[in-house]
Ligand binder design. Structure first.
Ligand code: NIG
Ligand code: FE
Length: 421
């Protein structure tokens, strides 16, 4: 493609988006929603917003066709032919970089072996650790890129990926470098060294001490991740170790998220909310006090119902949380153990079927809520002037979203105004 703009040759979609593009002929749907908003967008419903002007990757102007600014006359135009546009999905909790498969372990779990027992015997997370340590950075990145492309096809424009299958410093850094090399959506990396006990250490206390004293300062120096995660769970890391880790991260100005109250109630959700964790994830075994703590904090509850389906456990009390004023996000938790699926449609479908969330709440959780969980709420998750021009163009009516398992009705995906898929 070669077009002329402002006396300069514009040679690529990227350069066009930098110079300016006007998206026209669209219907617009962006959170926060009121109840029943999506019904306004029936086949003949009129959207108050019909055009989006993108410049330098950001939304410069947004509004009805009759109010398009004069300067836009010279811009390249893309007609979206009446389709609905909504903010790109923000997938805020994944373990996308790994090696090997745990399909065998799935059969063991179905035959009655508990997840924590399999780990105790050196399986589970630890079997993925062995496969990751044996793989090269290039192999890890190549296989993860395919999964990343799979997320993009579903409308994901921002993707969080955790390390956590290396455990020792060298392998964790290898994972973080692999994460950094991935292309397509905006990638947010999270260091999850405290995912399990590194085989080099005999106690979790020694390992936590080592991570705090040695790995966190290195992480800070390399800048490979600005967020850290910990798995607080019976048989993994304790609440006390979690608090020590969280305080050490904050002392280095690293943000914290927690795998909290997934299999047992440990009190990790209340701890996270009290100490300003960015998010507490899973949050299944929480009581009313935990929910009150979350509601009074800026911590986001990240709900992962597809992992709950695979683990055959309870779903988190989403309705209670939403009614109490907790900010909620949804994500896949894609990983080889507890959720070997990347299917956003099933996540939203489970939230609607099993967690009493409305379609509006599901979309909001997967855009604005998830942007909050990653601390990106000032530029992601909504279509507003000054925000990143990350959006999904839908095929058909928005009510088709999170309705049919295995199908995301996505026509096109744009990140910074540049088409990804
Ligand atoms: O979010 N439970 C801790 N971490 C992941 C599972 C990792 C694994 O089993 O490989 C989770 O469920
Ligand atoms: Fe997880």
């Amino acid at each position: 493609m070669s077009e002329f703009f402002d006396g300069q040759a514009v040679n690529s979609a990227f350069e066009c988006a930098m110079a300016g593009v006007l998206f026209r002929n669209l219907r617009h749907l962006t959170p926060p929603f009121g109840p029943g908003d999506i019904d306004l967008f029936g086949e003949r419903g009129r959207s108050p917003i019909e055009a989006i002007w993108v410049e330098k990757g950001q939304i410069r102007w947004i509004g009805p066709d009759r109010k398009i600014p004069k300067e836009c006359r010279v811009l390249r135009e893309i007609s979206l032919e009446g389709r609905t546009v909504l903010p790109g999905f923000v997938e805020c909790h994944t373990h996308t970089v790994f090696a090997g498969s745990r399909s065998q372990e799935f059969s063991w779990r179905l035959a009655g072996q508990p997840y924590t027992e399999i780990y105790k015997k050196g399986g589970g997370i630890l079997s993925t650790v062995r496969a990751v340590r044996a793989a090269s950075l290039g192999q890890l990145a190549a296989s993860a890129q395919k999964s990343v492309d799979g997320f993009v096809r579903q409308g994901v424009t921002t993707l969080e990926i955790k390390s956590g299958y290396g455990l020792d410093e060298k392998s964790e850094l290898k994972l973080l470098k692999a994460i950094q090399s991935l292309a397509g959506p905006e990638i947010v990396s999270t260091y999850l060294g405290l995912h399990g006990l590194a085989p080099e250490f005999s106690t979790t206390d020694e390992y936590v001490d080592h991570v705090i004293a040695s790995t966190l300062p290195k992480l800070k120096k390399t800048g490979l991740a600005k967020r850290c995660d910990i798995y607080i769970e019976k048989g993994f890391f304790s609440l006390e170790q979690g608090e020590r880790f969280l305080r050490a991260c904050h002392a280095l100005d690293l943000a914290v998220v927690i795998h909290a109250d997934q299999i047992h109630r440990t009190g990790a959700t209340s701890l996270g909310a009290r100490l300003s964790a960015m998010s507490c994830d899973h949050v299944i075994h929480v009581n009313d006090e935990d929910i009150r703590c979350l509601a009074a904090s800026s911590t986001v509850a990240v709900l992962l119902p597809m992992a709950d389906l695979y683990m055959k456990c309870a779903y988190p009390p989403a309705r209670k949380m939403l009614d109490a004023g907790v900010r909620v996000a949804l994500a896949t938790d894609f990983n080889p153990g507890t959720c070997p699926s990347q299917d956003l449609s099933l996540v939203g479908l489970l939230a609607r079927l099993e967690m009493k969330m409305t379609l509006e709440e599901v979309i909001e959780a997967y855009t604005m809520g998830a942007a909050h969980a990653l601390g990106l709420e000032a530029r992601k998750g909504q279509l507003k002037v000054g925000f990143d021009a990350d959006f999904v163009v839908l095929e058909g009516n928005p009510s088709e979203l999170f309705y049919s398992a295995g199908r995301m009705p996505v026509y096109r995906v744009y990140r910074g105004g540049v088409q990804l898929g």
